[in-house]
Design a protein around this ligand. Structure first.
Ligand code: ADP
Ligand code: MG
Ligand code: ZN
Length: 727
């Protein structure tokens, strides 16, 4: 173990590298850590996979005393502590799973300040003797993880969480850090109120998960599709969500019959079976867990590569939390939902015995989910819009089905005007269903009651179907012409942009409505563009699994996938090189480096790999999707200007990406395009220049070639030259 004495106040940047092996902080991690270490309260709201744990783990290591971490899941505490111990950090937990002597031992280690982190469940906190014990310890600060459990409005309400604040009165005042991935404002307010965090600094980051690929498929032969998908993704872990226990059991056994190792997980299983199945999944003894929503919170397996929804979830919030469990390490994460409108109807029927208000809000959430699923607009944009975030500046980069296979558009100016007019004429007091009835010229009771058959907009477009109209309203809300007031029965109001449109209309294109049922295509799911040695990666993965089995811990505790990828890109063979690998701190290097170094050394020798001192260009999830897209289209000989258009990029941006791909070692043949746009003699002249020139500077080339070629022409030939010479 690395001993950390309070006297050594390491720079936090250095500590990040030393203990966790990371070079940079992510998002607001550093700001949170500095704020906390100055003795202030923090309220951290970041999506799953953002790296919230580090926000308290690093300060815990650096500050004198022991950090008290309150976390809801006893079954996962051991796991979290194992992860820290693998990093060389002293941590422990107290819960009912320990024997009397183990329990006392952990207490003693806390009092002697040997432990840097102590994990407890809220139910242990309330005991009087526990408060006595805490008063003997030197608590550096308190972290409340998964803090949304405090709220009844959240999806994982734990009544014991409500007592936390009260208990804290009995121990000396220390800073408090509360963390959650919840996205709903109502729950956020509830947390602030309950923990008296009104004065705590709020650290909120975007909910965008750039590496997740969202896809909705019609529910045709879902089992067959699921089995095919899993077989294509052999060796990768995944979760399948179903709504009923019966379905969970059924699908789990179907998968096993088909040679896929899967376990069921739902609240009907006894707790030892649940723990066992969860453990088997974490340790990769099974590939898939088939589960109800009872599974997932706090599971920090970083390399879940897909989350499949066999049934439609009950709300967008639920969908978002569940899909969020894919790709926490920032690498591949595929989210596939099988949608069938009759599932919505079924769910609605299940609610019929609930009190009216609950039924109403349940139905509302359900229909939001339906319209999300049926929409042709960017999924990512819709999700972020739902959580009150606008997504104007960032591109989805074809990381959702609707961006990857764009739907046909049509000139919607007249329809837009009519829709906005209907909202204006009714004073922004009605929901979409009623507005659609007006436009379709209905004379139902409601319409007659409000005399809405007298409106100018009444019956303006009887030819459009209800679904077509709903799709138009969804898009107008997404584009901020209209807003839907969720807190006020979902009534639709006119936004400034909408008012202006009515005064000065202009041509506008909207996505045509398509019945999801009728969408015919062979779904292909994103596979990351690999900038590393895949054969070596697989060998490293196997080695990791063998060691994990021997030590009886989950493989990712040894090294996570990003570390293995980095090894397979840089081929480290000395301990120093090894410590430069992402996610390898000194603790992990000491514990685990040897067998990995040996394997890499052997591999490098056998395959006569020339290791370069240069760092191989690494790609983030989003970039790799872009790259994959570009490579595939160049293979298909799509004209470059068309690729740029498809990706919503300028030609310069596209050329930059192409050069990047070539520089990192992939050969791209763009002759088909060059042939189209540059005369053959010109091509030869520019090519000859690069052959003999000792610089590849573009403007210099242009100059020396007598300024007769456009920068684009010169750049195209330079890319060709590099691809042919360097690769
Ligand atoms: P959250 O609790 O926010 O869902 P975690 O704390 O479980 O997220 O972290 C998710 C993943 O991100 C883990 O695999 C973790 O190792 C990784 N991670 C955290 N911080 C960094 C960082 N600064 N650089 C690289 N990876 C990081
Ligand atoms: Mg977490
Ligand atoms: Zn998209």
């Amino acid at each position: 173990m690395i001993s950390v004495t309070p006297e050594i106040t390491l720079d936090i940047q250095q500590s990040l590298k030393r203990f966790f092996g990371f070079d940079t902080f992510r998002g607001k991690q550093e700001a949170v850590i500095r704020h906390l270490m100055k003795g202030n309260d923090c309220f951290v709201i970041m999506p799953t996979g953002a790296g919230k744990s580090l926000c308290y783990q690093l300060p815990a290591i650096m500050m004198p005393g022991t950090a008290l971490v309150i976390s809801p899941l006893i079954a996962l505490m051991k796991n979290q502590v194992d992860q820290l111990q693998a990093l060389g950090i002293e941590a422990g937990f107290l819960n009912s799973s320990l024997s009397k002597s183990e329990y006392e031992q952990v207490k003693a280690k806390t009092i002697s300040q040997e432990l840097k982190l102590l994990y407890v469940a809220p139910e242990s906190l309330v005991k009087e003797e526990f408060i006595e014990f805490l008063n003997q310890a030197n608590i550096s600060f308190v972290a409340v993880d998964e803090v949304h459990c405090i709220s009844e409005w959240g999806h994982d309400f734990r009544p014991e969480y409500r007592r936390i604040r009260q208990i804290l009165q009995y121990i000396p005042k220390v800073p408090l850090i509360a963390l959650t991935a919840t996205a709903t404002p109502k729950v956020q307010l509830d947390i602030q109120h309950n923990l008296q965090l009104e004065n705590a600094e709020l650290f909120l980051t975007s909910f965008n998960r750039h590496n997740l690929y969202y896809e909705i498929r019609p529910k045709h032969n879902p089992i067959e599709q699921i089995i095919r998908f899993i077989k294509q993704n052999e060796g990768k872990s995944g979760i399948i969500y179903c709504l009923s226990r019966r379905k969970v059991e059924e699908i789990s056994s179907l998968l096993n019959v088909n040679g896929i190792k899967a376990v069921p997980y739902h609240a009907g299983l006894d707790s030892s079976a649940r723990t066992q199945h969860q453990d088997m999944f974490l340790k990769e003894q099974v590939q898939v867990v088939v589960a109800t929503i009872a599974f997932g919170m706090g599971i920090d397996k970083p390399d879940v590569r897909y989350v499949i929804h066999y049934d439609v979830p009950k709300s967008i919030e639920g969908y978002y939390q569940e899909t969020g469990r894919a790709g926490r390490d920032g690498l591949e994460g595929n989210c596939i939902l099988f949608y069938d409108f009759s599932d919505i109807i079924k769910l609605e029927k299940f609610m019929k015995d609930k009190p009216l208000s609950e039924r109403e809000s349940g139905k509302h959430l359900l229909y939001e989910m339906a319209s999300f699923s049926e929409s042709g607009a960017c999924r990512r944009k819709q999700l972020l819009h739902y959580f009150g975030e606008s997504f104007e500046d960032a591109r989805c980069s074809s990381m959702c089905d609707n961006c990857r296979y764009p739907k046909e558009k049509f000139d919607a100016s007249t329809l837009v005007k009519s829709a906005l007019q209907a909202v204006q004429e009714t004073g922004g007091k009605f929901g979409v269903a009623h507005l659609v009835n007006i436009l379709k010229g209905s004379r139902n009771q409601q319409i007659l009651l409000y005399h809405h058959d007298q409106l100018k907009s009444h019956g303006l477009h009887t030819e459009k179907s209800e679904k077509e109209w709903k799709s138009i309203f969804t898009q107008l809300i997404l584009q901020d012409f209209l807003m839907k007031d969720i807190d006020d029965y979902g009534v639709i109001r006119l936004e400034k942009k909408g008012e202006e449109y009515l005064k000065n209309p202009y041509p506008i294109q909207l996505i045509k409505y398509h019945e999801i049922e009728k969408i015919e295509r062979d779904p292909v799911v994103a596979e990351d563009f690999k900038a590393f040695d895949e054969i070596l990666f697989d060998k490293l993965k196997k080695l990791r699994k063998d060691i994990a089995r021997e030590k009886d811990i989950p493989p990712y505790i040894i090294f996570q996938d990003p570390s293995l990828e980095d090894m397979a890109a840089k081929y480290p063979i000395t301990l120093t090189e090894f410590q430069n690998i992402q996610g390898v701190g000194s603790g992990k290097a000491q514990k685990f480096a040897a067998p990995f170094l040996k394997l890499i050394q052997q591999y490098v020798e056998e395959n006569e790999i020339e290791r370069t001192a240069e760092i191989v260009v690494k790609t983030s999830g989003k970039n790799s999707a872009n790259k994959l897209f570009i490579i595939q289209h160049i293979d298909r000989k799509t004209p470059l200007d068309e690729i740029a258009q498809l990706k919503n990029m300028s030609m310069e941006e596209l050329m930059e990406e192409i050069e990047h791909i070539i520089y990192s070692g992939t050969r791209l043949n763009i002759d088909y395009y060059i042939q189209e746009v540059i005369d053959e003699d010109k091509q030869d002249e520019i090519y000859a220049y690069f052959r003999h020139s000792d610089t590849d500077n573009l403007s210099l080339a242009q100059q020396e070639l007598g300024n007769v070629y456009s920068p684009e022409e010169v750049q195209l030939i330079r890319a060709k030259f590099y691809s042919e010479m360097a690769n």
